[in-house]
Design a protein around this ligand. Structure first.
Ligand SMILES: NC(=O)c1ccc[n+]([C@@H]2O[C@H](COP(=O)([O-])OP(=O)(O)OC[C@H]3O[C@@H](n4cnc5c(N)ncnc54)[C@H](OP(=O)(O)O)[C@@H]3O)[C@@H](O)[C@H]2O)c1
Length: 267
């Protein structure tokens, strides 16, 4: 996949950069010559990541909590002061769920929507005026296979990920004349620690590395597909292995989908 030149010197803001997919995106994009803004809550992890990245002086650590985005305007000004532009926003930060709709408290439902949906779109809204002024910019939005269909123990997670689809498809149509492009990514099972921090019914961390995760696609490969999609300005991309069949089953053979998929293990 020849995307190396494409990312050279591009200013790319990555959320969820302290772990998993976001961390690997940072590693591969730094290797490709991009200038990175690394965001997540855990500042120590972000600093450690910056230290090990190629050209580490040209990147910036920018801690934030997607559930509590205050003074976003000031933060954007700091980024603009350093780089004078933003080429790509990778809205990747997110949290999963391991509890039924019946058990999950409304507090957990709201918290998950705040992180996965409202925090996500708040960043996009803050960056959009810059993209419009530049008359160019790309959003890479990390939804999930759970944004294509609901699944056991993922009610609000699935809702948050499908909400992103409706929001960004609309934005994409509205902003295309302004040079803004949206790529929606739908990962299946990827080998990251996401199940460890997934929220249980009362908001505790699940704390277990689920089999579905550890047996998933290696994160390095997932990120290669993501960067290829970004480079090619694809509108959407499904990334994963045999679990992706479920998306096609639901579309073309819905009866079969409802027969087979509810029997699949949720962890
Ligand atoms: N792994 C999969 O199988 C899979 C499948 C489909 C979709 N996805 C999506 O891929 C994205 C990345 O997940 P991952 O698999 O890489 O999981 P991960 O390793 O757990 O990474 C999640 C990232 O999100 C950040 N984050 C969580 N809550 C946050 C908050 N309140 N504010 C700011 N940042 C926050 C975390 O950083 P801090 O804790 O430092 O804040 C971390 O950097 C997520 O949106 C996830 O839904 C993953």
């Amino acid at each position: 996949m020849k995307y190396r030149d494409y990312f050279q010197n591009k200013v790319i803001w990555i959320t969820g950069a302290s772990s998993g997919i976001g961390e690997e995106l940072a590693i591969q994009l730094a290797r490709a010559g991009a200038k990175l803004i690394l965001s997540a809550r855990n500042e120590d992890k972000l600093n450690a990541l910056q230290d090990k990245l190629e050209n580490h002086n040209q990147h910036m650590v920018f801690p934030l909590d997607l559930a509590n985005l205050s003074n976003l305007g000031d933060k954007i000004s700091q980024i603009m002061e350093k780089y004078q532009r933003i080429d790509i926003l990778i809205n990747n930060g997110g949290v999963s769920q391991r509890a039924s709709a019946y058990e999950s408290s409304m507090e957990v439902n709201r918290q998950l929507m705040e992180v996965n949906f409202f925090g996500n779109i708040a960043l996009a809204k803050a960056v959009l005026p810059i993209f419009r002024k530049q008359r160019s910019g790309q959003f890479l939005i990390v939804s999930s296979i759970a944004g294509k269909f609901g699944f056991h123990l993922r009610s609000i997670y699935s809702a948050s990920k499908s909400a992103l689809v409706g929001y960004y498809e609309s934005l994409s149509m509205e902003e295309a004349p302004n040079g803004v492009h949206v790529t929606l990514v739908f990962p299946g099972k990827i080998n990251t620690p996401i199940s460890l921090s997934a929220l249980t019914a009362q908001g505790q961390a699940h704390g277990i590395m689920d089999h579905n995760q550890s047996a998933g696609m290696p994160v390095e490969q997932c990120v290669q597909f993501m960067l290829h999609a970004l480079h090619k300005k694809k509108r959407e991309v499904l990334i994963g292995r045999k679990e992706l069949i479920a998306v096609h089953l639901k579309r073309f053979f819905p009866k079969l989908f409802w027969k087979i998929i509810p029997k699949q293990p949720a962890t």
